[in-house]
Write a protein that binds this ligand. Structure first.
Ligand code: ATP
Ligand code: MG
Length: 551
């Protein structure tokens, strides 16, 4: 039966899959080669995760391969620290690259190709200042002005370009430009820069080079060297595509092609590396891996799983138009994954003591509870019940509204996995705050003993003498504004930092929590999913239990 189903599989292809299938069918390409090209100038974030899932996912689907290529063409901002973290994050997400390359591996080849273009009369050395070059570009409505150095002879250009490489000139003194068309409607074609002089040591090539290629010159060539068939990038690069093609065409090299998709934007989130770096440098957060950060290492520390992030990338899909995805979709994916996989424990975060008056002093009883109720026949844990337990303050109301089914004076609730208790009184301090709730328990309500009596409310609890004190880090959104992307450039996005994004408190939890070795977040029943922080030992609230997102 399965076979017949598979004969007409559902063909719900995204536009990139359609392109790839057409290219394979027409024989344009016999296999698929993609790349993920991060600039090692910061840690990867959830937007990069989307791009990783897409690049690696497409290659995998069509039996191809993906290279990891560090786009390290700007020595000023780049660092090995970032290279290492990027590799760790990609591996953690569950992907393997075919080769690890660096744009700097190709500096010699790129230099040779620049000479080819000079010899073809398609590139020249310009002595104008950065400002003169900028002004000379013209505007969208006005053509640019040709540089007075534009018509240098090939020989002179070759000599000057070599001298640039030899270090004869200072930063900014000269640049190499492609010679295309100063009146071109696409501003990028108005003699774009190919090389600039930067006298800075490079994290891989050291002091070998003092000229560095520009993105537009380098990227397509690097793709071409690696025989990348489908070079996928974000939408803002669509105006660069003709230039990408121009270099490849005039060099006559492997015809890599660029395809653009919409970058991922999330509500309540800033994603640019520059801004994230600023949050780190100014100590607004506790490093790149602060559990409130949208970085992959932050999400990992918070309790996100690779499975949840991959599911999210899948659900977001591939769009051709910019859009903003609801942060709650990301949370939905985490819940969906953890609901199936996480161990359950009870923990009380805002405790008030309950004393069971008719329970013998010192008596203890044990009850079985499933590690995960999704699998009732699966592994069990043992919870310890005794005369004094903590419950959440919110689970008691002295003057409750109608339909309040938790504990109230003269009301009954079941303490999860154990007895039904009835509130018989409260003790208050001088400020009128409840310090103790007194209850009696119904011995006949013991689970498994006799007929099951049901009451409307069931609440979680923790035995005063048999629970572990833990720290919990209650995490909330880092920003208060939903549309962080709409904040004007002039306004400081940091004004929207949420002052309550981290609240640390003590809590009481089942002792067995301390022995949990599942390696993923656990569920505190009725409260949320929590993951032990690798640095401060507290339990990070990865997400709550309630969905605000509707699929
Ligand atoms: P940022 O603007 O956040 O600093 P970037 O684009 O400069 O990011 P790169 O290291 O150049 O960062 O990005 C590597 C790859 O990840 C690129 O192909 C880029 O298009 C992709 N990418 C970056 N941000 C996003 C995003 N928000 N959504 C999808 N893909 C992204
Ligand atoms: Mg970039």
């Amino acid at each position: 039966m399965e076979e017949t189903k598979n004969e007409t599989p559902e063909r719900n292809l995204n536009f990139l899959e359609e392109i790839i299938e057409a290219d394979l069918a027409s024989g344009k390409h016999s296999s698929v080669m993609t790349r993920f090209p991060p600039e090692p100038n910061g840690y990867l974030h959830i937007g990069h995760a989307k791009s990783i899932c897409l690049n690696f996912g497409l290659a995998k689907k069509y039996g191809g391969k993906t290279n990891l290529r560090f786009d390290d063409t700007n020595p000023v901002k780049e660092d090995v620290e970032y290279v290492d973290s990027i590799k760790e994050d990609i591996k953690w997400l569950g992907f393997e690259w075919a080769n690890e390359f660096y744009a700097s591996d190709y500096f010699d080849q790129l230099y040779q190709w620049a000479i080819v273009l000079i010899k073809k009369g398609l590139a020249y050395v310009d002595d104008q200042t950065q400002e003169e070059i900028r002004l000379g570009r013209g505007t969208v409505s006005q053509p640019g002005k040709e540089s007075p150095y534009r018509n240098r002879s090939v020989e002179e250009n070759l000599k000057l370009f070599e001298e640039m490489k030899e270090g004869k000139y200072m930063d900014g003194e000269k640049v190499l430009r492609a010679k295309i068309d100063m009146a071109h409607p696409n501003m990028l074609f108005r003699d774009p820069l190919m090389y600039r002089i930067i006298h800075t040591s490079h994290h891989r090539t050291g002091d070998k080079w003092c000229i560095y290629p520009m993105y537009d010159y380098a990227h397509g060539e690097c793709d071409s060297i690696e025989h990348i068939t489908h070079s996928i990038c974000t939408l803002e690069f669509d105006v660069h595509r003709p230039l990408y093609d121009w270099f490849i065409e005039h060099l006559g090299i492997f015809p890599s092609h660029q395809y653009e998709f919409a970058r991922l934007n999330l509500t309540y989130t800033v994603m640019s590396k520059r801004k994230l770096l600023e949050l780190v440098r100014n100590n607004f957060v506790d490093g790149w891996d602060d559990p409130r950060m949208p970085t992959i290492c932050g999400l990992r520390r918070r309790g996100y799983t690779p499975e949840a992030i991959r599911m999210f990338a899948e659900k977001v899909g591939v769009a051709k138009r910019d859009n903003i995805i609801d942060l709650s979709l990301l949370e939905w994916c985490l819940r969906d994954d953890l609901n199936r996989r996480s161990n359950r424990y009870m923990a009380v975060l805002n405790p008030v003591k309950v004393v069971i008056d008719n329970w013998e002093d010192g008596k203890v009883e044990y009850f079985d509870a499933p590690m995960n109720p999704e699998f009732p026949d699966g592994p069990k844990r043992r919870v310890t019940f005794s005369k004094e337990v903590y419950i959440e303050r919110e689970d008691f109301m002295e003057e409750p509204p109608k339909k309040y089914f938790r504990l109230k004076p003269d009301g009954e609730v079941r303490l999860k996995y154990t007895y039904i208790v009835k509130c018989v009184g409260v003790v208050k301090n001088a400020d009128g705050e409840i310090t103790e709730i007194h209850c009696t328990y119904d011995p006949t309500s013991k689970p498994g003993a006799g007929e099951w009596r049901s009451v409307k409310g069931t609440i979680h609890w923790a035995s005063v003498d048999h629970s572990a004190m833990i720290k919990v880090n209650i995490l909330d959104k880092l920003f208060t504004e939903e549309q962080m992307g709409s904040i004007p450039e002039g306004e400081d996005y940091k004004n929207y930092l949420n002052p309550n994004s981290l609240i640390v408190k003590d809590a009481y939890a089942e002792e067995d929590l301390l022995k949990d070795n599942s390696g993923i977040a656990v569920q505190f029943e009725r409260v949320g999913y929590f993951f032990k922080d690798m640095k401060n030992g507290g339990y990070n609230k990865a997400t709550g239990l309630k969905d605000t997102f509707k699929l």
